[in-house]
Design a protein around this ligand. Structure first.
Ligand SMILES: C[S@@+](CC[C@H](N)C(=O)[O-])C[C@H]1O[C@@H](n2cnc3c(N)ncnc32)[C@H](O)[C@@H]1O
Ligand code: SF4
Ligand code: SF4
Length: 370
């Protein structure tokens, strides 16, 4: 283990920008960690997973985040029963020039992917314009949509620009329409089918939110994936509040009922079996298994490292930059880089390291199945 100057020199040589305010704290954390100079060198150059691990020990990012996530708008054309986004719609969204500047800033920080989020991302023309801009600068583009605002005018542009176009399907027809509005199941599947026939098409995964009324639909949904022209499914357990996903302060009629727990377990076992048979399910077996306890409110804290503070830089539609534990900056006031490496982010990462919340987000180090 070297001294402070050597340590800071090493980071500088590896292209890690060190906030002058945090030099001492960073070195203190390095001394307490079990890592040495060689491991830091190796991690930064060759092993992103290890780099995230060391970053977590230091409370400071050693490698750029994978993606820039921007919630472009909270507005939406739908009012799905489980979703809080439209309630937080605001007129004060980020302007297109500022959004483009965020893309430029992220690229200069070496971020390779833009994930454009909503609300419904295609409710504003800014979304496709921003995606095209980021694509022209070499970024990979992904988004998540209800699909209903994809039409003759934008379908070509979307498909030429987006690499991964995720759709929400919340059950088979009856249950999807109960949550998302009558007729919308067929409309969304119709759009997916149309896209699947184009020469240039993005990857087409779906997300389904697991809830009381629809959980039994999932095995059949999985068997239908290729008939629906989608590539993969991600099963996301319901959160009580998807603006603040660790908030659990109300009785939720969509939450899986105690009387259904046995059937939930059986369904999860069926899904795991389908995954073992090779059906394209994004969740790991471990993640699926944990859903049983999650819905019983008995999920123990995550026993693996959570990299939420390191793998994505997330800008909310208000312009605040935040983690699940709160905001640490504002893109209207400071640059992404200043924010990402700020003392406030450093302090929040420290709190997140001690997180004991029963969380089933996908932003954690996922235990390999096997
Ligand atoms: C907020 S939506 C935005 C994108 C788009 N409007 C859509 O519905 O796909 C992003 C994802 O969050 C999911 N979602 C909404 N409310 C949720 C909740 N309470 N718990 C978990 N996921 C939720 C949606 O189903 C969707 O897959
Ligand atoms: S889940 Fe998506 S489509 Fe439904 S209300 Fe929320 S943002 Fe809109
Ligand atoms: S486990 Fe990670 S993503 Fe989940 S609440 Fe804790 S810090 Fe946030």
């Amino acid at each position: 283990m070297g001294d402070k100057e050597e340590f800071l020199e090493l980071l500088e040589k590896q292209g890690v920008w060190v906030n002058p305010q945090l030099k001492d704290q960073l070195f203190e954390n390095f001394k307490k960690s079990k890592f040495g100079f060689d491991e830091i060198n190796h991690a930064i150059n060759q092993d992103r997973q290890l780099a995230f691990k060391i970053s977590r020990e230091l409370n400071y990012p050693l490698v750029p985040p994978d993606s820039l996530l921007i919630t472009i708008t909270n507005r939406c054309n739908l009012r799905c029963k489980m979703c809080q986004f439209p309630m937080y719609a605001s007129d004060n969204e980020l302007s297109l020039p500022l959004l483009k500047s965020l893309v430029d800033q992220a690229i200069s920080m070496n971020v390779k992917r833009l994930n454009a989020l909503g609300g419904e991302p295609f409710i504003t023309k800014s979304t496709l314009k921003l995606m095209k801009y980021a694509k022209s600068k070499g970024m990979e583009i992904s988004t998540q949509t209800n699909g209903l605002l994809i039409n003759e005018n934008n379908i070509q542009g979307i498909c030429e620009t987006v690499d991964s176009l995720g759709f929400s399907i919340d059950g088979l027809e009856e249950n999807h329409d109960f949550i998302r509005g009558k007729g919308n199941f067929r409309k969304t599947l119709g759009i997916i089918e149309k896209i699947s026939k184009l020469d240039k098409k993005p990857d087409l995964p779906i997300v389904t939110v697991l809830m009381n009324h629809n959980f039994k639909d999932t095995p059949l949904m999985i068997k239908n994936l290729s008939k629906w022209h989608v590539s993969r499914i991600n099963i996301q357990p319901l959160v009580s509040n998807n603006i603040n996903y660790t908030k659990r302060d109300k009785e939720d009629s969509l939450w899986i009922k105690e009387s259904n727990f046995i059937e939930l377990d059986e369904t999860i076992e069926k899904i795991k079996e389908l995954k073992k048979q090779g059906h394209p399910i994004i969740n790991t077996l471990y993640h699926l298994e944990r859903m049983k306890l999650y819905f019983r409110n008995k999920l123990p804290p995550f026993e693996f490292d959570c990299y939420n503070g390191f793998n994505n830089i997330s800008v909310w539609s208000s312009g605040l930059v935040g983690f699940c534990f709160g905001a640490f900056g504002d893109v209207r006031r400071s640059s992404l880089k200043e924010t990402w490496y700020s003392k406030k982010a450093f302090d929040l990462r420290q709190k997140m390291k001690e997180c004991k919340k029963p969380c089933l987000q996908n932003c954690q180090e996922l235990k390999e199945d096997g």
